[in-house]
Ligand binder design. Structure first.
Ligand SMILES: NC(=O)c1ccc[n+]([C@@H]2O[C@H](COP(=O)([O-])OP(=O)(O)OC[C@H]3O[C@@H](n4cnc5c(N)ncnc54)[C@H](O)[C@@H]3O)[C@@H](O)[C@H]2O)c1
Length: 260
């Protein structure tokens, strides 16, 4: 039995990496998936692949920096599918920066997408879900938001701490509307973003990429960094009816790096 049959899901930043894995798992589990992505080529390509594989998918070009894009996204979801059951707030940006290097421009770039975009997507989706009688929101935060020291930079860690706090407040505010809100906190996950951050560390430390990656993997208790699918597996559960009584939680998927 497919676990998300007849559900309609929006996944932000689904063009690559973790978002792409989540969108693909959701389509396989029977959901109609809306790919809300800033990169048109990536979004179109994934929508085509999911449909070719027998799934239902739509690409909606969305820049989470623009509140008007978030409104337009929800309008388009309504006109394509008539409902919204699941939102996965996955899109985020970061780069490797030392504590003293973080500029106001970096701060705004990171927080506009990771904090402001995430909140207004949650709010817009919750408006639809409330009218419908319920829904599921999954925020992709990070163990950086719980203080993981080897994060890309302090502004990013702050944005992910905010995502965890907003997950809890969202869960308590929306529970009476039968909307569950949970976060997933990935640890080290092999995506394009991860390799971009690693290349930044090569420049700042003078070490080779292999050395940096080997040291990072060795620091993980289970000695294994995530593949995007590790996150997608939990995202399926949190969006499914099986998670009906789970809300306000922040689930680490990190091979044992953080215990909180
Ligand atoms: N990769 C990791 O190690 C790791 C660890 C912890 C948490 N995370 C979190 O997981 C999520 C996905 O990360 P990833 O590694 O797959 O990243 P990624 O950079 O590979 O993919 C992010 C996607 O978001 C899209 N995007 C960026 N800005 C956008 C915007 N303004 N509007 C719409 N889409 C936008 C990008 O085009 C891209 O397709 C993020 O929230 C990230 O913070 C990743």
């Amino acid at each position: 039995m497919k676990r998300l049959l007849n559900k309609v899901a929006v996944v932000t930043g689904a063009g690559r990496g973790i978002g792409k894995a989540v969108a693909s798992h959701y389509a396989r589990e029977g959901a109609a998936v809306v790919i809300a992505e800033i990169d048109e080529a990536l979004g179109e390509k994934l929508a085509g692949e999911l449909v070719r594989d027998g799934g239902k998918a739509e690409f909606v070009k969305t820049d989470l920096n623009q509140l008007s894009d978030i409104d337009a996204l929800m309008t388009q979801v309504g006109s394509c599918f008539g409902r919204l059951d699941i939102l996965v707030n996955n899109a985020a940006v970061t780069k490797s920066l030392d504590f003293f290097e973080v500029s106001e421009q970096d701060w705004d770039w990171i927080h506009n997408v990771n904090t402001k975009g995430l909140f207004f997507c949650m709010q817009a989706a919750a408006r639809v879900m409330k009218e419908q009688g319920g829904g599921k929101i999954v925020n992709i935060a990070s163990i950086a938001g719980k203080g993981y020291p080897a994060t890309s930079n302090v502004a990013y860690a702050g944005s992910k701490g905010a995502a965890i706090a907003m997950t809890r407040i969202g869960a308590s505010s929306l529970a009476r509307h039968n909307i569950n809100v949970n976060a997933i906190c990935p640890g080290v996950t092999r995506t394009d973003l991860y390799y971009e951050v690693m290349r930044g560390r090569v420049q700042s430390t003078g070490k080779s990429e292999q050395e940096i990656i080997a040291a990072l993997d060795a620091s993980i208790p289970l000695r294994r960094s995530n593949e995007p699918e590790d996150i997608a597996d939990l995202a399926v559960f949190l969006a499914s009816d099986e998670a009906r009584n789970v809300t306000g939680q922040s689930w680490n998927v990190d091979g044992g790096l953080m215990w909180d």
